[in-house]
Design a protein around this ligand. Structure first.
Ligand code: AMP
Ligand code: GLY
Length: 425
C-alpha cells in the first residue's frame, strides 16, 4: 500500500489527487500545499513545492513511500536529484524526471538541440545570446513572417513572442536579451513559424517503457474564437478528432519513441510524465515544445478518461515494470471549461465567495485558484475552477459542463463559450 505525497496546488493537482484517491493501492494521500479541492480527497500540508528540505521532513514523518511532483519548477530545480542524493530518502521513488531530463522543458535550447540530435521533427531554429545577436538578426532575415522568439528558460508560460514584422522581431530580440524575462531570456531561441493545428500528447514513462495517455486540445487564448491574450489555458477537450490512429502512430514512431531512445542514449533516467506540445502540419506531427509534467487544464480531461488505477501505473514507473500494467482509456469525450476571474490574465480581484458547487451534478469540479476563508470558499487566483464532464459526444459533454458552469457563481466569473466547438465532427 502507498502513502503518497503529491506536490502542487492547481487544477492539475486536484485532478491527480482525485484520481489517486480512487486507487485500491492508496493508504493515505498528502498534498503539499494543495488547495480546497485536494483537501476533500486527501490531507493538505502547508509546504511550498520548492522547499525540498521541508518535503523531505514530511516524507520521513508521514512514512511516505511515493512522491508525485505536479509542476515543472521543482523538477527543473532538481527535486528528483535531491531525494536520490540523500540516504534517508533515496529509496523513495519520485515520479518526475531528474534535473537533466527536466531540461527538456527548462531550456528550449537544450530541447531543440536534443530534437536535432535524434531527428525529431520540429521547427528550424537558431539560439542567440547577446554575443551572437548579429547572427540572430541574419537568421530572422532568412525567415518569412511571422517570427517566433522564445526565452530559453522557464518564464511562467510567458516567454514566447509571436511577431509579425521583422523589424519588431529584431527589436524584441534585443529586449529579450536585455532581460525582458530576466535570466530566462539570456538566451533566445528563434524559430520558424509552423502553420497547423495544435494538440498535446502525453506519456507516462519508466525510462524504458511508456504508456500513451489520451491526447488533448487546450484553448490558450482568453477570448472566444482564439482571440485576446494568452492564458494558462481556458479549457480542454479529449479526444481530439484529427488525432486519428494513423496520426497518433506517427506521433509514437517519429516523436515519442525517438525521444525515449534519445534520453536513454544520453544516460538520462526519466521516470514520469512527458507532455509533447505538437503541431499537426498537413498531417505531419512536429514538436513545438516538451513539458516535463502534465498539462493544466489538459490533466482535467485526460485523467477522467483513464480507467486504470493511476497509482498502479506509478508503481510500474517506480519499479520499471510499466509494460506489465494496464492503461485502459474510456471512449467517452471529456470537456473541461475553466471558470476564471474577470480580468484574467491581466489584473483581477480575489477573495470573492464561490457558491453553487453543490448544485453541480454529473460533472467534476476541479479547484485551481480557490481558498478557504473560515467556512467560506473564495476565489484566490485567475483560473478558479475547471468543470469537467464526460459524455458520449462533444455536444453532450459541452452541455453538461456549460450547465454546471452556469450554476456556479462568484463575482466577475468568466469562461469561454466555445470550448470543444471546433471538435464537433
Ligand atoms: P509555448 O510557450 O512554447 O507553449 O508556446 C506558446 C504558443 O506559441 C504555442 O502554444 C503555440 O501556439 C505558439 N508557438 C510556439 N512555437 C511555435 C512555432 N514554432 N510555430 C507556430 N506557433 C508556435
Ligand atoms: N495548458 C498548457 C500547459 O499546461 O502547459
Amino acid at each position: 500500500m502507498y502513502r503518497v505525497l503529491l506536490t502542487g496546488s492547481g487544477g492539475r493537482e486536484h485532478a491527480l489527487a482525485w484520481k489517486l484517491a480512487q486507487s485500491k493501492r492508496l493508504e493515505k494521500l498528502f498534498i503539499a500545499p494543495g488547495n480546497p479541492g485536494t483537501a476533500a480527497v486527501g490531507e493538505n500540508i502547508a509546504v511550498a513545492v520548492n522547499d525540498f528540505e521541508a518535503l523531505k521532513k514530511i516524507t520521513l514523518e508521514q512514512k511516505i513511500n511515493l512522491i508525485v511532483v505536479g509542476p515543472e519548477e521543482p523538477l527543473v530545480n532538481g527535486i528528483v536529484d535531491f531525494f536520490a542524493a540523500d540516504k534517508a530518502v533515496s529509496n523513495i521513488p519520485v515520479i518526475g524526471p531528474c534535473r537533466r531530463g527536466a531540461q527538456l522543458e527548462g531550456s528550449k535550447d537544450f530541447a531543440k538541440n536534443f530534437m536535432q540530435r535524434y531527428g525529431i521533427p520540429t521547427a528550424r531554429y537558431q539560439t542567440v545570446t547577446a554575443e551572437t545577436i548579429a547572427a540572430g538578426e541574419q537568421f530572422l532575415d532568412e525567415l518569412p513572417a511571422p517570427y517566433v522568439l522564445k526565452a530559453d528558460g522557464l518564464a511562467a508560460g510567458k516567454g514566447v513572442l509571436i511577431i509579425h514584422s521583422r523589424d519588431e522581431a529584431k527589436r524584441q530580440l534585443r529586449n529579450m536579451l536585455q532581460g525582458m524575462f530576466g535570466a530566462a531570456s539570456n538566451k533566445v531561441v528563434i524559430e520558424e513559424f509552423l502553420q497547423g493545428i495544435e494538440l498535446s500528447a502525453f506519456i507516462l514513462t519508466d525510462g524504458k517503457n511508456y504508456k500513451l495517455l489520451p491526447e488533448a486540445k487546450d484553448y490558450k487564448r482568453a477570448g472566444d474564437n482564439d482571440t485576446g491574450l494568452n492564458t494558462g489555458g481556458m479549457g480542454a477537450v479529449s479526444p481530439v478528432p484529427f488525432a486519428t490512429p494513423a496520426f497518433l502512430q506517427k506521433v509514437e514512431r517519429q516523436i515519442i519513441q525517438p525521444t525515449i531512445a534519445g534520453l536513454q542514449q544520453e544516460g538520462i533516467t526519466y521516470k514520469g510524465f512527458l507532455f509533447f506540445g505538437l503541431m499537426n502540419v498537413n498531417g505531419t506531427p512536429c514538436v513545438i515544445e516538451y513539458n516535463v509534467r502534465m498539462g493544466d487544464p489538459e490533466t482535467e480531461v485526460v485523467l477522467p478518461r483513464l480507467q486504470s488505477d493511476l497509482l498502479d501505473l506509478f508503481d510500474g514507473v517506480a519499479q520499471q515494470t510499466l509494460d506489465a500494467k494496464a492503461c485502459a482509456i474510456a471512449p467517452e469525450t471529456a470537456v473541461a471549461v475553466v471558470c476564471v476571474s474577470g480580468g484574467y490574465p491581466g489584473t483581477y480581484g480575489k477573495g470573492y465567495p464561490v457558491t453553487g458547487l453543490e448544485e453541480v451534478k454529473g460533472s467534476i469540479v476541479f479547484h485551481a485558484g480557490t481558498a478557504r476563508q473560515q467556512d467560506t470558499l473564495v476565489t484566490a487566483g485567475g483560473r478558479v475552477l475547471a468543470v469537467t464532464s464526460l459524455a458520449e459526444s462533444v455536444p453532450a459533454a459541452r452541455k453538461k459542463s456549460y450547465d454546471a458552469a452556469a450554476a456556479i457563481h462568484f463575482q466577475d466569473i468568466c469562461f469561454r463559450r466555445d470550448i470543444g466547438l471546433d471538435c464537433l465532427n
